[in-house]
Design a protein around this ligand. Structure first.
Ligand code: ADP
Ligand code: 5GP
Length: 385
């Protein structure tokens, strides 16, 4: 049998239902939220909020693998169980960019990761206002021009797109910078991080390990930009199965001969590596075209024409105002408060002598979620009495 959780302060389960499906806040205490026959206990550890699962039928405690960046500890917090397997966690006395978090306990993303990692999984996702455009996944055989097209997009729309910097175990090319083009990583380090659940997806490609860390996607989401991922077909398949609701684009070469010419002209690979990449290209193109993973197939024959097609399918052609992203913002909450829930609305009522603030969060337009940020929180009303 697992042991009871060792949280820093009062490990007792002191949350009380207030009749609205919300747990009342309790300073310095762990709080517990029931989902089926399990209790998710959220409590303070040294550096972050920790999570333990209590299985009531077996009376067993489980330490889940926690994905995403965990919230920093605070002096008190409230938790509300929402539909779709997520728990809203509101931190007391935190800044606007750190006040609202979601603990996903049974979302599609968590279920996929559970299966993949073979352990209990929960995932944190910070809550923000603003509706963002979907991330863009670009796949295609090596040398087809993915990097070129992505660079053009980022150059023309620098405030709109942010590149998800992958990890790889391959050696850097001449011009490549660590942290900009890739996080160049030791295989053993990357394998350990994969085991620890730090990756949204990973795959062995042309003999090296490549992967998208959850942090890479979160960094772009936090900057308020639309995330672009340059990943192979296996990675695209994994992302398709995740909750990262993205647009999937596959780029095809005009011919295998042209692909070979481009790879050679790039001059970044040895002859052996070129051969390996060409051998893999056939299968990648077949899968790209037939697997149903991709929403759009682009042919990169003439670069300018292909770039125009890419912009068109991203809604960036013509006179459409290109940056229709809403600013990503946090929510300013009273430090001392009570929380109640009515359908999709969460009321946060200030408590204490000078109580005058009430914030209503409308969660009916929530989107996104782990990995990344949970968006679409609408701050419905702030009343001063
Ligand atoms: P990938 O990122 O898919 O591996 P790159 O963007 O590095 O491919 O492109 C491979 C090479 O092909 C580069 O030297 C690039 O300048 C060139 N290239 C890209 N698109 C075209 C095109 N439409 N016509 C000719 N050359 C191209
Ligand atoms: P390159 O070595 O040419 O930079 O990339 C080789 C292949 O790895 C390309 O098909 C590229 O899309 C893919 N790739 C790059 N980053 C990732 C990643 O994070 N995950 C996966 N699955 N593939 C990646």
């Amino acid at each position: 049998m697992g042991e009871a959780p060792a949280f820093l302060v009062d490990p007792l389960l002191t949350g009380h239902s207030n009749g609205f499906g919300a747990k009342s806040e309790s300073e310095h205490s762990a709080i517990s939220v029931d989902v089926g026959d399990r209790s998710y206990v959220i409590g303070r550890t040294h550096k972050a909020l920790g999570v333990q699962i209590h299985d009531k039928s077996s009376n067993d405690w489980v330490s889940p693998t926690v994905l995403g960046t965990s919230p920093k500890p605070c002096k008190g917090y409230s938790a509300v169980l929402l539909k779709e397997g997520r728990i809203l966690v509101i931190k007391k006395g935190s800044g606007p960019d750190d006040s609202i978090w979601f603990l996903e306990v049974d979302t599609p993303y968590v279920r996929v990761q559970k299966k993949l990692l073979g352990v209990e999984v929960v995932a944190w996702s910070k809550g923000v206002t603003g509706i963002a455009e979907k991330p863009v996944v670009v796949s295609g055989p090596s040398g087809v021009g993915k990097g070129t097209l992505i660079s053009m997009l980022m150059k023309e729309f620098p405030s709109m797109f942010g590149f998800s910097v992958s990890h790889t175990t391959r050696a850097p090319r001449n011009m490549e910078k660590n942290g900009v083009h890739y996080h160049f990583t030791e295989k053993s380090v990357m394998e350990k991080e994969i085991k620890d659940g730090k990756f949204l997806e990973f795959a062995s490609v042309h003999g090296n390990l490549y992967g998208t860390s959850i942090e890479a996607v979160e960094v772009v989401a936090d900057s308020g930009k639309r995330c672009i991922l340059d990943i192979d077909v296996q990675g695209a398949r994994s992302v398709r199965a995740s909750s990262l609701d993205a647009i999937f684009i596959f780029v095809c070469p005009p011919s295998m001969e042209e692909l070979e010419d481009r790879l050679r002209a790039r001059g970044t690979e040895t002859e052996e590596q070129i051969q390996k990449r060409l051998r893999n290209a056939d299968a990648e193109i077949k899968e790209g075209k037939s697997s149903g993973i991709f929403d759009h197939i682009l042919y990169n024959d003439n670069l300018e024409e292909c770039y125009e097609s890419l912009k068109k399918l991203l809604g960036l052609d013509g006179n459409v105002p290109f940056n229709n992203l809403e600013a990503v913002e946090g929510v300013n909450l009273p430090a001392e408060h009570k929380v109640s829930k009515m359908e999709n609305k969460i009321t946060i009522q200030e408590t204490g002598k000078a109580a005058e603030k009430r914030v209503v969060l409308d969660l009916s337009l929530l989107n996104g979620g782990a990995p990344g940020r949970t968006r679409g929180i609408v701050v419905d009303a702030i009343e001063l009495s």
